[in-house]
Design a protein around this ligand. Structure first.
Ligand SMILES: NC(=O)c1ccc[n+]([C@@H]2O[C@H](COP(=O)([O-])OP(=O)(O)OC[C@H]3O[C@@H](n4cnc5c(N)ncnc54)[C@H](O)[C@@H]3O)[C@@H](O)[C@H]2O)c1
Length: 401
Protein backbone atom coordinates (compact mmCIF):
# COMPACT_ATOMS: atom_id res chain seq x y z
CA UNK A 1 0.00 0.00 0.00
CA UNK A 2 1.25 3.49 -0.89
CA UNK A 3 0.25 6.44 1.28
CA UNK A 4 0.62 10.17 0.67
CA UNK A 5 0.36 12.16 3.92
CA UNK A 6 -0.62 15.80 3.37
CA UNK A 7 0.50 18.19 6.13
CA UNK A 8 3.63 17.26 8.09
CA UNK A 9 3.02 19.07 11.39
CA UNK A 10 2.58 17.72 14.90
CA UNK A 11 0.19 15.02 13.66
CA UNK A 12 1.13 14.36 10.03
CA UNK A 13 4.86 13.92 10.60
CA UNK A 14 4.76 11.28 13.38
CA UNK A 15 1.96 9.45 11.55
CA UNK A 16 3.90 9.28 8.30
CA UNK A 17 7.06 8.17 10.15
CA UNK A 18 5.14 5.49 12.01
CA UNK A 19 3.64 4.12 8.78
CA UNK A 20 6.98 4.17 6.96
CA UNK A 21 8.87 2.53 9.82
CA UNK A 22 6.30 -0.28 9.73
CA UNK A 23 6.86 -1.05 6.07
CA UNK A 24 4.24 1.14 4.36
CA UNK A 25 5.48 3.09 1.34
CA UNK A 26 5.03 6.74 2.38
CA UNK A 27 5.43 10.09 0.71
CA UNK A 28 4.99 13.07 3.01
CA UNK A 29 3.76 16.30 1.41
CA UNK A 30 3.75 19.77 2.92
CA UNK A 31 3.43 23.08 1.09
CA UNK A 32 5.87 24.69 3.50
CA UNK A 33 9.16 24.65 1.54
CA UNK A 34 11.39 25.33 4.54
CA UNK A 35 9.80 22.49 6.51
CA UNK A 36 10.29 19.99 3.68
CA UNK A 37 13.89 21.16 3.16
CA UNK A 38 14.59 20.58 6.88
CA UNK A 39 13.15 17.06 6.74
CA UNK A 40 15.07 16.31 3.54
CA UNK A 41 18.27 17.47 5.23
CA UNK A 42 17.76 14.73 7.82
CA UNK A 43 16.37 16.80 10.70
CA UNK A 44 13.02 16.73 12.47
CA UNK A 45 11.03 19.94 12.81
CA UNK A 46 9.91 19.81 16.44
CA UNK A 47 10.96 18.15 19.67
CA UNK A 48 9.07 15.08 20.79
CA UNK A 49 10.09 12.03 22.80
CA UNK A 50 11.25 9.23 20.48
CA UNK A 51 10.66 11.26 17.29
CA UNK A 52 14.30 11.44 16.15
CA UNK A 53 14.75 7.68 16.44
CA UNK A 54 11.48 7.08 14.58
CA UNK A 55 12.59 9.54 11.90
CA UNK A 56 15.85 7.65 11.33
CA UNK A 57 13.98 4.36 11.06
CA UNK A 58 11.50 5.82 8.55
CA UNK A 59 14.29 7.37 6.48
CA UNK A 60 16.09 4.02 6.40
CA UNK A 61 12.86 2.41 5.21
CA UNK A 62 12.67 4.93 2.35
CA UNK A 63 10.16 7.66 3.36
CA UNK A 64 10.20 10.62 0.96
CA UNK A 65 9.32 14.28 1.61
CA UNK A 66 8.10 16.71 -1.02
CA UNK A 67 6.08 19.85 -1.75
CA UNK A 68 4.18 17.99 -4.47
CA UNK A 69 0.90 16.05 -4.31
CA UNK A 70 1.38 12.56 -5.70
CA UNK A 71 -0.90 10.30 -7.76
CA UNK A 72 -1.68 7.57 -5.29
CA UNK A 73 -4.12 5.02 -3.75
CA UNK A 74 -4.53 6.52 -0.31
CA UNK A 75 -4.16 10.02 1.13
CA UNK A 76 -4.11 11.13 4.74
CA UNK A 77 -4.87 14.81 5.28
CA UNK A 78 -3.55 16.29 8.55
CA UNK A 79 -3.80 20.05 8.05
CA UNK A 80 -4.88 22.63 10.67
CA UNK A 81 -8.54 23.17 11.57
CA UNK A 82 -8.77 26.41 13.58
CA UNK A 83 -12.05 28.03 14.52
CA UNK A 84 -13.26 31.43 13.37
CA UNK A 85 -12.88 33.80 16.31
CA UNK A 86 -16.11 35.73 15.69
CA UNK A 87 -18.65 32.92 15.19
CA UNK A 88 -16.73 29.99 16.80
CA UNK A 89 -17.35 27.75 13.79
CA UNK A 90 -14.68 25.66 12.13
CA UNK A 91 -12.50 27.35 9.53
CA UNK A 92 -12.50 24.63 6.84
CA UNK A 93 -10.21 26.45 4.43
CA UNK A 94 -7.05 24.40 5.04
CA UNK A 95 -9.01 21.20 4.45
CA UNK A 96 -10.72 22.56 1.34
CA UNK A 97 -7.40 23.67 -0.15
CA UNK A 98 -5.71 20.34 0.62
CA UNK A 99 -8.61 18.32 -0.83
CA UNK A 100 -8.62 20.46 -3.99
CA UNK A 101 -4.89 19.86 -4.46
CA UNK A 102 -5.24 16.11 -3.93
CA UNK A 103 -8.20 15.93 -6.28
CA UNK A 104 -6.05 17.20 -9.14
CA UNK A 105 -3.71 14.19 -8.92
CA UNK A 106 -5.74 11.37 -7.34
CA UNK A 107 -6.97 8.57 -9.57
CA UNK A 108 -10.51 7.13 -9.46
CA UNK A 109 -11.19 4.91 -6.46
CA UNK A 110 -8.45 6.45 -4.33
CA UNK A 111 -9.20 6.83 -0.62
CA UNK A 112 -9.09 10.23 1.06
CA UNK A 113 -8.68 10.03 4.84
CA UNK A 114 -9.27 13.27 6.74
CA UNK A 115 -7.29 12.98 10.00
CA UNK A 116 -7.73 16.61 11.00
CA UNK A 117 -10.26 17.22 13.76
CA UNK A 118 -13.49 18.59 12.25
CA UNK A 119 -16.86 19.61 13.65
CA UNK A 120 -19.78 17.24 12.98
CA UNK A 121 -21.09 17.72 9.46
CA UNK A 122 -17.93 19.37 8.09
CA UNK A 123 -17.17 16.54 5.69
CA UNK A 124 -20.72 16.49 4.30
CA UNK A 125 -20.83 20.25 4.00
CA UNK A 126 -17.38 21.14 2.67
CA UNK A 127 -15.57 18.02 1.45
CA UNK A 128 -18.25 15.83 -0.12
CA UNK A 129 -19.29 18.48 -2.69
CA UNK A 130 -15.63 18.86 -3.73
CA UNK A 131 -15.15 15.17 -4.53
CA UNK A 132 -18.66 14.51 -5.87
CA UNK A 133 -17.56 13.89 -9.46
CA UNK A 134 -14.19 12.37 -8.79
CA UNK A 135 -15.10 8.91 -7.41
CA UNK A 136 -12.87 9.29 -4.39
CA UNK A 137 -13.79 7.42 -1.21
CA UNK A 138 -14.11 9.60 1.88
CA UNK A 139 -12.97 8.51 5.34
CA UNK A 140 -12.56 10.39 8.61
CA UNK A 141 -9.97 9.03 11.05
CA UNK A 142 -9.44 11.65 13.76
CA UNK A 143 -6.22 11.54 15.77
CA UNK A 144 -6.12 11.34 19.59
CA UNK A 145 -2.42 11.42 20.49
CA UNK A 146 -1.05 13.76 23.14
CA UNK A 147 2.07 15.87 22.55
CA UNK A 148 4.86 14.66 24.81
CA UNK A 149 3.86 11.02 24.39
CA UNK A 150 2.95 10.89 20.71
CA UNK A 151 5.06 7.99 19.57
CA UNK A 152 3.83 5.71 22.38
CA UNK A 153 0.21 6.76 21.93
CA UNK A 154 0.26 6.32 18.15
CA UNK A 155 1.09 2.70 18.79
CA UNK A 156 -1.17 2.02 21.77
CA UNK A 157 -4.26 4.26 21.56
CA UNK A 158 -7.46 2.95 20.10
CA UNK A 159 -8.70 4.69 16.95
CA UNK A 160 -11.95 5.61 15.24
CA UNK A 161 -12.52 5.28 11.50
CA UNK A 162 -15.62 6.79 9.94
CA UNK A 163 -16.39 5.65 6.39
CA UNK A 164 -19.35 5.68 3.99
CA UNK A 165 -18.49 2.18 2.89
CA UNK A 166 -17.50 -0.44 5.47
CA UNK A 167 -15.19 -2.17 2.98
CA UNK A 168 -13.25 1.06 2.51
CA UNK A 169 -13.21 1.50 6.31
CA UNK A 170 -11.66 -1.97 6.60
CA UNK A 171 -8.90 -1.08 4.08
CA UNK A 172 -8.04 2.01 6.13
CA UNK A 173 -8.17 -0.04 9.33
CA UNK A 174 -5.64 -2.43 7.81
CA UNK A 175 -3.36 0.51 6.98
CA UNK A 176 -3.46 1.84 10.58
CA UNK A 177 -3.07 -1.71 11.91
CA UNK A 178 0.42 -1.72 10.40
CA UNK A 179 1.52 0.15 13.55
CA UNK A 180 -1.51 0.56 15.84
CA UNK A 181 -1.96 -2.09 18.50
CA UNK A 182 -5.11 -0.53 20.02
CA UNK A 183 -8.73 -1.28 19.08
CA UNK A 184 -9.81 0.24 15.78
CA UNK A 185 -13.53 0.89 15.52
CA UNK A 186 -15.13 1.37 12.09
CA UNK A 187 -18.24 3.55 12.10
CA UNK A 188 -19.83 6.24 9.91
CA UNK A 189 -18.24 9.61 9.17
CA UNK A 190 -20.57 11.81 11.22
CA UNK A 191 -20.20 9.61 14.32
CA UNK A 192 -16.41 9.75 13.97
CA UNK A 193 -16.51 13.56 13.62
CA UNK A 194 -18.71 13.99 16.68
CA UNK A 195 -16.85 11.45 18.81
CA UNK A 196 -13.54 13.25 18.44
CA UNK A 197 -14.97 16.67 19.34
CA UNK A 198 -16.87 15.14 22.27
CA UNK A 199 -13.67 13.60 23.67
CA UNK A 200 -11.88 16.95 23.80
CA UNK A 201 -14.98 18.73 25.11
CA UNK A 202 -15.26 16.20 27.94
CA UNK A 203 -11.69 17.05 28.96
CA UNK A 204 -12.35 20.79 28.75
CA UNK A 205 -15.44 20.57 30.97
CA UNK A 206 -13.66 18.48 33.59
CA UNK A 207 -10.71 20.87 33.69
CA UNK A 208 -13.15 23.78 34.00
CA UNK A 209 -14.77 22.14 37.02
CA UNK A 210 -11.39 21.88 38.76
CA UNK A 211 -10.59 25.50 37.84
CA UNK A 212 -13.93 26.73 39.14
CA UNK A 213 -13.30 24.90 42.43
CA UNK A 214 -9.91 26.66 42.65
CA UNK A 215 -11.62 30.04 42.32
CA UNK A 216 -14.33 29.18 44.88
CA UNK A 217 -11.75 27.89 47.37
CA UNK A 218 -9.52 30.93 46.87
CA UNK A 219 -12.45 33.28 47.53
CA UNK A 220 -13.09 31.62 50.90
CA UNK A 221 -9.58 30.65 51.92
CA UNK A 222 -9.83 26.88 51.46
CA UNK A 223 -7.15 24.53 50.12
CA UNK A 224 -8.47 23.27 46.78
CA UNK A 225 -5.77 20.64 46.40
CA UNK A 226 -6.48 19.09 49.80
CA UNK A 227 -10.19 19.13 49.02
CA UNK A 228 -9.71 17.45 45.63
CA UNK A 229 -7.34 14.89 47.14
CA UNK A 230 -9.91 13.89 49.75
CA UNK A 231 -12.87 14.01 47.35
CA UNK A 232 -11.00 11.75 44.92
CA UNK A 233 -10.84 9.06 47.62
CA UNK A 234 -14.54 8.57 46.92
CA UNK A 235 -14.74 5.55 44.60
CA UNK A 236 -16.72 7.38 41.93
CA UNK A 237 -15.08 10.83 42.03
CA UNK A 238 -12.08 11.78 39.91
CA UNK A 239 -11.58 15.55 39.85
CA UNK A 240 -8.73 16.85 37.68
CA UNK A 241 -6.07 19.33 38.80
CA UNK A 242 -6.69 23.08 38.49
CA UNK A 243 -4.22 25.06 36.41
CA UNK A 244 -3.46 28.42 34.77
CA UNK A 245 -5.75 27.78 31.77
CA UNK A 246 -6.11 25.47 28.79
CA UNK A 247 -3.99 25.79 25.66
CA UNK A 248 -2.92 23.70 22.69
CA UNK A 249 -4.53 23.09 19.37
CA UNK A 250 -7.25 20.69 20.55
CA UNK A 251 -8.92 21.10 23.93
CA UNK A 252 -9.06 24.88 23.78
CA UNK A 253 -10.35 24.83 20.18
CA UNK A 254 -12.69 21.88 19.55
CA UNK A 255 -15.41 22.69 22.14
CA UNK A 256 -15.96 25.98 20.30
CA UNK A 257 -17.12 23.97 17.27
CA UNK A 258 -20.09 22.68 19.30
CA UNK A 259 -20.76 26.14 20.74
CA UNK A 260 -20.71 27.64 17.25
CA UNK A 261 -22.86 24.95 15.64
CA UNK A 262 -25.36 24.37 18.46
CA UNK A 263 -26.02 27.77 20.05
CA UNK A 264 -28.51 27.51 22.88
CA UNK A 265 -27.83 23.79 23.27
CA UNK A 266 -24.13 23.78 24.11
CA UNK A 267 -24.48 25.51 27.48
CA UNK A 268 -22.18 23.65 29.89
CA UNK A 269 -19.66 23.55 27.07
CA UNK A 270 -19.76 27.33 26.66
CA UNK A 271 -19.52 27.91 30.42
CA UNK A 272 -16.51 25.59 30.61
CA UNK A 273 -14.76 27.42 27.78
CA UNK A 274 -15.33 30.74 29.53
CA UNK A 275 -14.01 29.44 32.86
CA UNK A 276 -10.88 27.99 31.30
CA UNK A 277 -10.29 31.13 29.25
CA UNK A 278 -10.60 33.23 32.42
CA UNK A 279 -7.79 31.41 34.24
CA UNK A 280 -4.82 33.44 32.87
CA UNK A 281 -6.57 36.60 34.13
CA UNK A 282 -7.10 34.87 37.49
CA UNK A 283 -3.35 34.13 37.65
CA UNK A 284 -2.66 37.79 36.94
CA UNK A 285 -4.95 38.81 39.81
CA UNK A 286 -3.09 36.36 42.08
CA UNK A 287 0.21 37.96 41.03
CA UNK A 288 -1.10 41.43 41.96
CA UNK A 289 -2.50 40.23 45.30
CA UNK A 290 0.73 38.49 46.26
CA UNK A 291 2.81 41.52 45.25
CA UNK A 292 0.61 43.69 47.45
CA UNK A 293 0.98 41.28 50.37
CA UNK A 294 4.77 41.24 49.92
CA UNK A 295 5.04 45.00 49.43
CA UNK A 296 6.38 44.54 45.89
CA UNK A 297 5.66 47.18 43.28
CA UNK A 298 7.94 46.43 40.33
CA UNK A 299 6.25 44.09 37.81
CA UNK A 300 9.49 43.84 35.88
CA UNK A 301 10.86 41.74 38.75
CA UNK A 302 8.16 39.12 38.14
CA UNK A 303 9.04 36.18 35.89
CA UNK A 304 6.78 33.62 34.24
CA UNK A 305 8.34 30.16 34.08
CA UNK A 306 7.01 28.38 30.98
CA UNK A 307 5.61 29.49 27.63
CA UNK A 308 4.35 26.20 26.23
CA UNK A 309 0.82 24.97 26.83
CA UNK A 310 1.97 21.88 28.68
CA UNK A 311 5.10 20.40 30.18
CA UNK A 312 8.03 18.99 28.22
CA UNK A 313 6.84 19.98 24.74
CA UNK A 314 7.76 22.96 22.54
CA UNK A 315 4.20 23.74 21.37
CA UNK A 316 3.13 27.25 22.46
CA UNK A 317 -0.19 27.46 20.60
CA UNK A 318 -2.95 29.11 22.67
CA UNK A 319 -0.81 28.64 25.80
CA UNK A 320 -2.00 30.15 29.12
CA UNK A 321 1.23 32.18 29.34
CA UNK A 322 0.59 33.71 25.91
CA UNK A 323 -3.04 34.36 26.88
CA UNK A 324 -1.90 36.07 30.09
CA UNK A 325 0.59 38.27 28.23
CA UNK A 326 -2.01 39.16 25.60
CA UNK A 327 -4.49 40.15 28.34
CA UNK A 328 -1.84 42.40 29.87
CA UNK A 329 -0.83 43.94 26.56
CA UNK A 330 -4.38 45.15 26.12
CA UNK A 331 -3.88 47.40 29.15
CA UNK A 332 -0.17 48.16 29.15
CA UNK A 333 3.05 46.92 27.62
CA UNK A 334 3.98 43.97 29.78
CA UNK A 335 7.21 44.26 31.71
CA UNK A 336 6.99 40.61 32.91
CA UNK A 337 10.03 38.45 32.24
CA UNK A 338 9.49 35.06 30.57
CA UNK A 339 11.60 31.92 30.32
CA UNK A 340 11.00 28.49 28.85
CA UNK A 341 13.75 25.90 28.32
CA UNK A 342 11.82 24.35 25.42
CA UNK A 343 11.32 27.55 23.40
CA UNK A 344 14.46 28.45 21.48
CA UNK A 345 13.12 31.32 19.36
CA UNK A 346 12.06 34.77 20.54
CA UNK A 347 8.27 34.93 20.50
CA UNK A 348 7.51 37.40 23.30
CA UNK A 349 9.07 40.48 24.85
CA UNK A 350 11.54 40.11 27.74
CA UNK A 351 12.15 36.45 26.89
CA UNK A 352 15.14 34.64 28.37
CA UNK A 353 16.96 31.58 27.10
CA UNK A 354 19.05 30.83 30.20
CA UNK A 355 17.46 29.86 33.49
CA UNK A 356 20.20 31.45 35.63
CA UNK A 357 20.04 34.80 33.82
CA UNK A 358 16.25 34.79 34.18
CA UNK A 359 16.54 34.08 37.91
CA UNK A 360 19.07 36.90 38.32
CA UNK A 361 16.54 39.39 36.97
CA UNK A 362 13.44 38.38 38.94
CA UNK A 363 12.35 38.22 42.60
CA UNK A 364 8.99 36.55 41.98
CA UNK A 365 8.65 33.33 39.92
CA UNK A 366 5.25 32.25 38.62
CA UNK A 367 5.27 28.56 37.68
CA UNK A 368 3.07 28.37 34.58
CA UNK A 369 4.38 25.04 33.26
CA UNK A 370 5.83 22.08 35.15
CA UNK A 371 8.75 21.24 32.87
CA UNK A 372 11.09 18.52 34.23
CA UNK A 373 13.92 21.07 34.33
CA UNK A 374 12.14 22.90 37.13
CA UNK A 375 10.76 19.81 38.88
CA UNK A 376 14.31 18.47 39.09
CA UNK A 377 15.87 21.78 40.13
CA UNK A 378 13.28 23.34 42.40
CA UNK A 379 15.87 24.47 44.96
CA UNK A 380 17.10 27.01 42.40
CA UNK A 381 14.07 29.18 43.10
CA UNK A 382 14.00 28.69 46.88
CA UNK A 383 14.88 32.34 47.63
CA UNK A 384 12.17 33.75 45.35
CA UNK A 385 8.57 34.60 45.99
CA UNK A 386 6.77 31.73 44.22
CA UNK A 387 3.27 31.38 42.78
CA UNK A 388 2.81 27.76 41.72
CA UNK A 389 -0.16 27.37 39.35
CA UNK A 390 0.66 23.67 38.76
CA UNK A 391 0.93 22.45 42.35
CA UNK A 392 4.41 21.00 41.84
CA UNK A 393 6.44 23.05 44.35
CA UNK A 394 6.72 22.12 48.04
CA UNK A 395 9.12 24.90 49.06
CA UNK A 396 7.99 26.72 52.22
CA UNK A 397 5.96 29.87 51.61
CA UNK A 398 4.89 28.89 48.07
CA UNK A 399 1.63 30.50 47.01
CA UNK A 400 -0.88 28.38 45.10
CA UNK A 401 -3.71 29.25 42.69
N1 LIG B 1 -1.34 18.82 17.70
C1 LIG B 1 -2.08 17.97 18.39
O1 LIG B 1 -1.79 17.64 19.53
C2 LIG B 1 -3.29 17.31 17.76
C3 LIG B 1 -3.84 16.16 18.36
C4 LIG B 1 -4.94 15.54 17.76
C5 LIG B 1 -5.50 16.10 16.61
N2 LIG B 1 -4.97 17.23 16.07
C6 LIG B 1 -5.57 17.76 14.84
O2 LIG B 1 -4.71 17.43 13.76
C7 LIG B 1 -4.79 18.44 12.75
C8 LIG B 1 -3.39 18.94 12.42
O3 LIG B 1 -2.87 19.57 13.56
P1 LIG B 1 -1.31 19.80 13.76
O4 LIG B 1 -1.12 20.13 15.19
O5 LIG B 1 -0.53 18.67 13.15
O6 LIG B 1 -1.11 21.11 12.83
P2 LIG B 1 0.27 21.77 12.38
O7 LIG B 1 0.00 23.20 12.17
O8 LIG B 1 1.37 21.33 13.31
O9 LIG B 1 0.60 21.07 10.97
C9 LIG B 1 -0.16 21.25 9.83
C10 LIG B 1 0.76 21.18 8.61
O10 LIG B 1 -0.06 21.17 7.45
C11 LIG B 1 0.60 21.94 6.43
N3 LIG B 1 -0.42 22.31 5.46
C12 LIG B 1 -1.51 23.09 5.64
N4 LIG B 1 -2.26 23.15 4.52
C13 LIG B 1 -1.62 22.37 3.59
C14 LIG B 1 -1.89 22.03 2.25
N5 LIG B 1 -2.96 22.50 1.61
N6 LIG B 1 -1.01 21.23 1.61
C15 LIG B 1 0.10 20.76 2.23
N7 LIG B 1 0.40 21.04 3.51
C16 LIG B 1 -0.45 21.84 4.20
C17 LIG B 1 1.22 23.09 7.19
O11 LIG B 1 2.28 23.67 6.47
C18 LIG B 1 1.69 22.39 8.49
O12 LIG B 1 3.02 21.94 8.39
C19 LIG B 1 -5.72 19.52 13.31
O13 LIG B 1 -7.02 19.29 12.83
C20 LIG B 1 -5.68 19.27 14.80
O14 LIG B 1 -6.85 19.71 15.44
C21 LIG B 1 -3.87 17.83 16.62
Amino acid sequence: MKVNVIGLGYIGLPTSLMLASHGVEVIGTDYNKELVATLKSGKTTFEEKGLDELFMEAVNKGIKFTNEYIENDLYIIAVPTPYEKDNKKIDPNYIIKAVESVKKVAHKGAILVIESTVSPGTIDKYVRPLVKDSELHLVHAPERIIPGNMVYELKHNSRTIGADDVKVGEIVKEMYSSFCEGNIVVTDIRTAEMTKVVENTYRDINIAFANELAKICRSDNMDVYEIIKIANMHPRVNILTPGPGVGGHCISVDPWFLVGDYPGLANIILAARKINDSMPEFVLERIHDIMKEKGMTDLSRVGLYGLTYKENVDDVRESPTLQLLENMERHLATPLKVYDPWVKKTIVKNQYFEFDKFLNDVDFVVIMVGHSELRNGMEKIKDKVILDTRNICNLPGTYKL
